[in-house]
Structures are given as structure tokens and as C-alpha cells.
Design a protein around this ligand. Structure first.
Ligand code: GDP
Length: 452
């Protein structure tokens, strides 16, 4: 395989930049450019050691004083010989050094190339490689936790254990085909069916955990609605202060919809605070209403805020009418004041009383969100898919298993059943990457950034 090189740090000015070179010629290329201040030549540097020196271009120009770290195959991230140049973090100097590395014989690395090499050299499973991509983009603690768990192979292990069972079933069936007179217990239709049902329920459990996992990774698009002065902004601020964990304060896209990301427990909520939903003769306000309606349409969750210290008015009713078919929580605010709102006119599953001003009742909001998405037991069960590709493979395996069970029940030959089980095992092997096609592998790594 060729020797690949790329800048592995973000393309921005910083303290240090790292240029990674991996492949058969990595050490040679590094030694052509790097002049150590010490006596040990690069070719003699043992793996996992570094040296201080300078990068000198082919034409003799001194480019930078750097640290060179050497990793020897197979003990490196990619499993190949690897050299990493840590130079000063200026954009120009970093690119200049990369150019020298390339003119010394390296090829520019494609997106995800280093991780792909790690996969091809057996350093990572495909699910672990995908977890590396997730880790890089993880936004919250839970996303980080689940990416890390995945990298350690939690999903790989659970899928593998189901797959091993299917493979051993296939082994039994093959033995039965070859030695039909032997009494092989696993080939009794009841025993096969029992094993298939077990595999099916293990996979179904993983699939059902997927939605929860996705919410933790991707967050929930939410919107706050309510007439003026019910306390929407105060509630937003209280929620921001509640967990003191603003994830990414997004600048408002328009003057009328303020968008902010905040965390409720371990879930990221992207909340838009809308200007209002009521028609108005004012043109600018009407524009605001259109934007608010769009935000509402997109939202996966609506917080409808009411003022508990005043009776329900027509505008409140209009708002409740508009959101009744969306997943929503009615938040009756100002619970610290004498209550005048009559709840019997509100027909919602989740009606919570809070005081945004005093910060009370906010925990109930978190509980409601967790309940709505079934997230409570999630933390203990991190075996979730990282992406749709993995989920599709699992779905395919499940439909093959269902076919196998149906074939058994309708008394079809064991050959027909074998074909279905074989299909299921293959889908799972594709999921873990043990039997992925080149196209699948390329597709997975194309999603990475260059330098990883
Ligand atoms: P918005 O127009 O819906 O965004 O409402 P604001 O958040 O600006 O709040 C309107 C007024 O209600 C302000 O004077 C707040 O201090 C007050 N307010 C908001 N929440 C509460 C609460 O829980 N209790 C009390 N007593 N006042 C509140």
C-alpha cells in the first residue's frame, strides 16, 4: 500500500499542528526531511520515541523546528510504520511541510484514510472505526460515552455473540446435510426455532435501543411557544442555568427565532424561542409568525408555556389548538404566584407546573422528556448503532431470521432454512465489517475528515 500523509489537526492556526505519514516509506520520507539535533538518525529511532530537530526543504530552506514521533508497524494507529511531525501551528508552515512530505514521495491521504488502514490491518472493527468518527463529532457527555463504548467494541461484541450463534447453527445444519444419519441435536426443528427466536430477540433489543441512542447523539429539535410575558425567555434562561452546560450557543438565525442548544440531563435540546404565533397586521411581525410556524413544524417537541397566575385566555387556547397534534409538554409557569389558571380545559398528557423565576419544577421537565423518549434505562445499555448503515444491516438480519422461522413453521426443508440463516449471518458480518464489500468500506470512510 502507498504511503499516505495529511495534516491531522484542524485547519486553523494553533499552538501545534501534526502532520501524519503512514505506510511502508513513512520513516524514509521523514528521515529525508528531518534533521535531528541529537545523534540518533531517524532510521534508527525505535517505535514510540520522539526526537527534536528541524525540517529542511529539498532546496535547503529551513522550515521549522519540530518534534518527530516514530511508530513502528504493527504498533501504531494504522498498524503501519508511522511518523508524526509536530510543528508550530501556523497554517502556512504546516501546509508547506506537508508539501515537502508529498514531494518526498508520500501521497495525500483521502478522508478517513488512516482509520481505514487501521481497519484493513485488523486494528479496529468497522463499528469501532465508525465510533472514531462519532467521537470526533461528539457534542455532549452521553454522545461521548456512547462513542467511547462503541470504540471499545460494545456493539461489536453483542452483534458478534448473536452472529456466532447463527454460525454454529449453520455448522450443525451443514453437519446434518453431510451426515444425515447421525443424531445431531441442534438440527431438530424445535431447537433451531428456539435458537432463532433467541437471536431475534437479542437483535430486536439492539434495534429498540437505537432510537434512544440517536436522541442522545443528535439531540431533540424543540420549540418554546406561548403568548408574550408568560415567561418563555425566563424559562430558557432557567434551563440554561439549570445544568450550566450551554453546548453550542447558536446565533439566532433571524431576529425572530432565537436558537440555542442546552442540555436537559444528558439530552441536548436545540430550542427555538419564537416571537409568537398570532396573526398580526404588522408585516414584520407576520414574517416572525411564519418563521415561528416553520420552527413549530420542524420541531420534535414543543414546550407550550402558560402563565399560571392568570386565567386561560383565547390566545392560550389558540396555541394549545395549534400544537395538539405534536409531541408537547404544557408548562404552567409562575407557580410561585397565586394560581388562577383552570387546568380542566387543558387536555394534554404532560402538564407540569414550574416557576422559571425560582427555578423550581425543572427536574420534572427532564423526567418528562426522558419518559417521552424512553431514555431512562439507556445509560446502562450502550450497545447502540452509530448510524443507519449499521441499523440497516441489523434490519436485514432480522428479516432473514423471520423468514427462517416462517420456513420452519411451514415445514419447509432444512436447506431452505439454511439459506435464510446464512443470509442473516452475512448481514451481521457486514455490520461488523468482517465481510463488508469494498464499496461499503469506502462509503464508511468517506464520511471521515482528512487526517483521521
Ligand atoms: P416572555 O415574553 O414569554 O419571554 O416572558 P419573560 O420571560 O420576558 O417574562 C415576563 C415577565 O414574567 C418578567 O417580568 C419575568 O420576570 C416574569 N416571570 C417569568 N417567569 C416567572 C415566574 O416563574 N414567576 C414569576 N413570579 N414571574 C415570572
Amino acid at each position: 500500500m502507498s504511503t499516505a500523509a495529511a495534516i491531522s489537526t484542524p485547519p486553523a492556526a494553533g499552538g501545534i499542528s501534526v502532520i501524519r505519514i503512514s505506510g511502508e516509506r513513512a520513516i524514509d520520507i521523514a528521515s529525508a526531511l528531518f534533521k535531528p539535533f541529537g545523534r540518533i538518525p531517524v532510521s534508527d529511532m525505535p517505535g514510540h520515541t520522539c526526537a527534536y530537530g528541524r525540517i529542511v526543504a529539498k532546496d535547503g530552506e529551513i522550515l521549522d523546528d519540530v518534534l518527530l514521533t516514530v511508530f513502528r508497524a504493527p504498533k501504531s494507529y494504522t498498524g503501519e510504520d508511522t511518523a508524526e511531525i509536530s510543528c508550530h501551528g501556523g497554517l502556512y508552515v504546516t501546509k508547506r511541510i506537508l508539501r515537502e512530505v508529498i514531494s518526498a514521495g508520500a501521497e495525500p491521504a483521502a478522508a478517513g484514510e488512516f482509520t481505514k488502514r487501521a481497519f484493513l490491518n485488523g486494528k479496529l472493527s468497522l463499528t469501532q472505526a465508525e465510533a472514531v468518527a462519532d467521537l470526533i463529532s461528539a457534542e455532549g457527555e452521553s454522545a461521548l460515552k456512547s462513542a467511547n463504548m462503541m470504540r471499545e467494541g460494545a456493539l461489536f461484541r453483542s452483534i458478534k455473540s448473536v452472529c456466532d450463534k447463527l454460525v454454529s447453527l449453520l455448522g450443525g445444519l451443514a453437519a446434518w446435510t453431510d451426515y444425515p444419519d447421525e443424531d445431531i441435536p441442534e438440527t431438530e426443528p424445535e431447537a433451531i426455532e428456539a435458537s432463532l427466536i433467541e437471536a431475534e430477540s437479542a437483535l430486536k433489543k439492539i434495534v429498540s435501543d437505537y432510537d434512544g441512542g440517536r436522541i442522545f447523539r443528535e439531540g431533540i429539535d424543540s420549540v418554546i411557544v406561548g403568548r408574550p410575558n408568560v415567561g418563555k425567555s425566563t424559562l430558557m434562561n432557567a434551563l440554561l442555568g439549570y445544568d450550566r452546560s450551554i453546548v453550542t450557543p447558536t446565533a439566532g438565525t433571524t431576529r425572530d427565532v432565537v436558537e440555542e442548544s442546552l442540555r436537559l440531563g444528558d439530552v441536548v435540546l436545540r430550542i427555538s424561542d419564537t416571537a409568537g404565533l398570532r396573526e398580526s397586521p404588522d408585516e414584520i411581525e407576520r414574517l416572525g409568525v411564519r418563521l415561528a410556524e416553520k420552527a413549530l413544524e420542524r420541531a420534535q417537541l414543543v414546550f407550550a408555556v402558560l402563565d399560571g397566575s392568570s386565567p386561560l385566555c383565547d390566545e392560550d387556547r389558540e396555541i394549545l389548538e395549534k400544537i395538539k397534534n405534536k409531541r408537547h409538554i404544557v408548562v404552567i409557569n409562575k407557580s410561585d404566584l397565586p394560581q388562577k389558571l383552570d387546568e380542566k380545559y387543558i387536555h394534554s398528557e404532560y402538564i407540569l407546573k414550574v416557576s422559571a423565576k425560582e427555578g423550581s419544577g425543572l427536574e420534572k421537565l427532564r423526567e418528562a422528556v426522558y419518559e417521552m423518549w424512553g431514555l431512562s434505562g439507556y445509560a446502562e445499555n450502550p450497545t447502540v448503532f452509530a448510524n443507519e448503515r449499521q441499523k440497516l444491516c441489523c434490519d436485514k438480519a432480522l428479516s432473514h431470521i423471520a423468514e427462517a422461522i416462517a420456513a420452519l413453521k411451514s415445514g419447509e426443508t432444512l436447506d431452505a432454512v439454511t439459506v435464510c440463516i446464512d443470509g442473516a449471518a452475512n448481514s451481521l458480518l457486514e455490520l461488523t465489517g468482517e465481510k463488508a464489500t469494498e464499496a461499503v468500506v469506502d462509503d464508511v470512510f468517506s464520511r471521515f475528515c482528512v487526517g483521521k
